[in-house]
Design a protein around this ligand. Structure first.
Ligand SMILES: Cc1cc2nc3c(=O)[nH]c(=O)nc-3n(C[C@H](O)[C@H](O)[C@H](O)COP(=O)(O)OP(=O)(O)OC[C@H]3O[C@@H](n4cnc5c(N)ncnc54)[C@H](O)[C@@H]3O)c2cc1C
Length: 492
């Protein structure tokens, strides 16, 4: 591998890790810059396919961002090797083919430049490294992926599946990157992008990891229009260092990536790299999320692993308006009881809804506040519309009616108030992909239109949001973009 082709990958979360592995496998040398200094330990004990004890390291709620939309907005970050995968749950549903196209019913700006078929091979490649427990059969609105461990919903829930099917919805095991059935590890999650991907890469002489390296700016040469270096603040030296690179993969998470491009002003792009159309940071979206419990009139098997009720069909739904339901053990006590085949009447339900991305929701540089490195702080301005809130609230009655149709009478229990931005830690859209630069910052291969040797590979690139958890799709997109980058560098 030649050093002139060395790529800087910024961030060691799932997106950066997936891109770095692909580059190394294709013969491209990589230096990864990670702002966090260490790998935070936790503890996970799994027995018989159930998580018995899980201690995750604390999340940082304060990313140093300002909040100017909904004042309750949360911005979780994890400046650590492995990023938020130190804390995640590991739900890894694939997007459905229609998730990439349904937005065009509203407007051309909501059409992704990639299709499900483009991603399918990368979905499978990523799934093979995630050690997923799932039911390997397609259900409506949820294509099956590769499952290392198989699980089907219990027999005494089959009537609910039939009731869901009558509404053209699927009811299946929630695909979870939960690892092998029995596991005791000193981390909070079975899959972590640092231990599972980045750490093994350290065996390659062509891979370097710089921790405590906070990227603050990308430097673009005005002579050839390429970004040729990254400035980063090194905790080791206490100084701003410069890393030369032939290309840069930005994977700081959807808020961090937008911030880095906003910081990267130059003569040609005084409003930030990638911002020539004024789109950088706009179309910020999230998953409006609710958690509640239901009480059933008779006991059924405790759902552990959880079950997943898929969204209503695209053709009968308003474009970009959907919810998914995850049904599982409501308490730790029930999780332990499930281990002994005991039944229960209480079910915990998590609902993920959608937003129609809009220019009004934006992650922009603050006019008044600076960050620790002297750059403008990020102002996160997001608020759910009444329709988006109502979409999630109405999902309660939908589930109760669906259960009722199956002869199961259920009542709503506790509702945990989480209907404000950031609680799902699923932001996206700030550096969106689109086939036309008038609607997107990135092209179909995640390349910044204004600086094509810079790729943004986390959920910042999402053109629209769907009701499914983002990380599997983020990793598949990152792997696809990195494969193309490797090809281009080798044939340049
Ligand atoms: C409690 C919880 C549960 C979750 N559950 C799920 C789930 O079940 N399924 C799912 O799909 N998703 C889930 N998520 C979300 C998931 O964790 C994220 O989607 C995923 O981690 C995003 O990966 P990423 O690489 O884009 O970003 P991150 O994981 O945020 O990683 C970004 C990395 O970049 C580094 N970084 C940031 N800025 C800089 C900089 N300027 N210079 C250098 N390094 C930088 C950070 O330190 C970090 O390591 C959950 C999140 C939380 C908090």
């Amino acid at each position: 591998m030649e050093d002139e082709r060395r790529v800087a990958v910024i961030g060691s979360g799932p997106a950066g890790a997936a891109a770095a592995r692909e580059l190394i496998q294709h013969g491209i040398a990589v230096t990864m810059l990670e702002a966090g200094s260490s790998f935070p330990h936790g503890l996970l004990i799994r027995l018989g396919g159930r998580n018995m004890y899980r201690r995750v390291p604390p999340l940082q709620e304060e990313a140093g961002h300002l909040v100017s939309g909904d004042p309750k907005t949360q911005c979780f970050v994890k400046f650590a090797a492995g990023g938020l995968s130190n804390n995640w749950t590991g739900a890894v549903p694939r997007f459905a083919p229609e998730d990439f196209t349904e937005g065009e019913r509203l407007h051309e700006r909501f059409r992704w430049p990639i299709t499900y078929s483009d991603l399918a091979p990368y979905y499978e490649k990523i799934e093979r490294s995630l050690e997923i427990t799932a039911d390997p059969r397609d259900v409506p609105q949820l294509p099956a992926g590769y499952a290392s461990y198989r699980n089907c919903i219990p027999d005494d829930w089959q009537d609910i599946e039939r009731s869901a099917n009558k509404r053209a919805q699927g009811f299946t095991t929630y695909p979870l990157a939960d690892g092998p059935p029995n596991l005791v590890v000193r981390r909070g999650t079975a899959f972590n992008s640092y231990t599972s991907i980045v750490h093994p890469l350290l065996r390659s002489p062509h891979f370097r990891l710089e921790t405590g390296a906070h990227a603050v700016q990308l430097l673009r040469s005005s002579s050839n229009g390429k970004v040729d270096a990254v400035l980063y603040h090194s905790r080791l030296t206490g100084k701003v260092e410069r890393l030369k690179a032939s290309a840069v993969v930005v994977a700081c998470g959807p808020l961090g990536s937008a911030k880095l491009l906003h910081n990267s002003v130059c003569n040609d792009f005084p409003h930030g790299l990638g911002n020539s159309q004024g789109l950088l940071g706009r179309f910020l979206h999230d998953h409006p999320r609710e958690w509640w419990s239901i009480q059933m009139d008779r006991p059924r098997s405790i759902l552990s692993p959880s079950a997943y009720l898929t969204r209503l069909p695209h053709r009968t739904s308003r474009p970009l308006m959907a919810t998914s339901w995850t049904l599982g053990a409501a308490t730790l006590r029930d999780r332990i009881r499930s281990r002994f085949g005991l039944k229960g009447t209480e079910v915990g339900v998590q609902v993920l809804g959608t937003m129609v991305p809009s220019e009004a929701c934006v992650a922009k540089p603050s006019a008044t506040m600076k960050d620790d490195f002297g750059f403008p702080a990020l102002d996160v301005c997001i608020r759910y519309s009444d329709a988006e809130v109502q979409n999630v609230v109405s999902s309660r009655q939908h589930l109760i009616d669906l259960l009722d149709d199956a002869g199961c009478s259920a009542t709503l229990g506790e509702i945990v108030p989480t209907l404000f931005p950031g609680t799902a830690a699923h932001y996206g859209g700030t550096v969106r992909m689109h086939a036309k630069p008038q609607f997107g910052v990135l092209d179909a291969w995640n390349r910044v239109y204004d600086a094509p040797n810079v790729l943004v590979c986390d959920a910042a690139c999402f053109t629209t949001a769907c009701e499914k958890n983002p990380t599997l799709t983020v990793m598949a997109i990152a792997a696809r973009a990195a494969t193309r980058l490797a090809h281009d560098l080798k044939h340049a």
